[in-house]
Design a protein around this ligand. Structure first.
Ligand code: PTJ
Length: 246
């Protein structure tokens, strides 16, 4: 039992959720390693949502509200770290939810669908994929015709660079949530949110509730005012400044 007053309570809770996810067959063991890499970057950030990440969240929400067919991609890590929040985000953005896995099996896809439905999702795409993303050889190529395949913006938390590149090449816009500002995903995505999914997704929900009443013109202005390369440079500067003061 984790003591609630432990200084690393929040971080330890995330680890426990992922370990439980592995026991239930939702998360893969490799997901634990990926999370460890994310934790290291989160530590450098001071485990908080930094200002450039907030700007990226605002631009992402504006983009997902302004387009016609946004999709939220769910993998084995996010299914246990923030399932309720992903369902809520898809509701508030009017986005579809699709299971998309690097280590794909039908059993895992069905388990993730069940987790999302338990948290209120009505429809989950990607359990029986009907199409493939061109130019991608990993299992992530398998997508739903009415989900990612036809979507115009895909939100990809914890991504591998290959799919981001393939999605962008196929003409889609990609919003990545990745704590590593140096990853290929971060550099290739249309918008990169350098933040932990457990903070980024709830913040996206808050901003989406606020932006829902904005006009399309105002939303488009927010999107147009965002430059991912500049934002990533600012993210790196935040890390450097923090290191200097330590
Ligand atoms: O569930 P599956 O089968 O789709 O497999 C999922 C994993 C995560 C194993 C797979 O996508 C993978 O191998 O991912 P990568 O290539 O290791 O990339 C994960 C990226 O996410 C890394 O750049 C990490 O820094 C980052 N990351 C890890 N945990 C978090 C994170 N970013 C945001 N929030 C986190 N909690």
């Amino acid at each position: 039992m984790l003591p609630r007053d432990h200084p690393r309570y929040a971080s330890l809770k995330q680890r426990d959720a992922l370990v439980e996810g592995v026991r239930e067959g939702v998360t893969v063991l490799q997901g634990l390693i990926a999370h460890g890499r994310g934790e290291a970057f989160d530590y450098l950030l001071g485990e908080r949502t930094v200002v450039p990440a907030l700007r990226a969240i605002e631009a992402s929400v504006a983009l997902m509200l302004v387009v016609s067919d946004p999709v939220v991609s769910v993998n084995g890590n996010t299914a246990v770290l923030c399932p309720r929040e992903l369902v809520e985000l898809s509701d508030v953005l009017g986005a579809k939810l699709e299971v998309n896995l690097f280590y794909r099996s039908s059993e895992r896809a069905e388990k993730i669908e069940a987790v999302l439905k338990k948290h209120g999702a009505e429809k989950v795409y990607g359990v029986s994929p009907s199409e493939e993303i061109v130019g991608l050889s990993s299992e992530r190529r398998k997508v739903d015709r009415d989900g990612i395949f036809s979507g115009d913006v895909v939100l990809v938390p914890l991504e591998d660079g290959d799919r981001t590149e393939a999605l962008v090449k196929s003409g889609k816009k990609v919003v990545a949530i990745d704590l590593n500002p140096l990853s290929r995903t971060s550099k290739t995505a249309t918008i990169t949110i350098m933040d932990n999914v457990v903070r980024a997704v709830p913040t996206m929900i808050e901003i989406a509730s606020e932006y829902k009443d904005k006009s399309r013109d105002d939303l488009q202005k927010i999107v147009d005012g965002f430059d991912n390369k500049v934002n990533l440079e600012e993210c790196l500067r935040v890390i450097l400044e923090r290191l200097k003061t330590q």
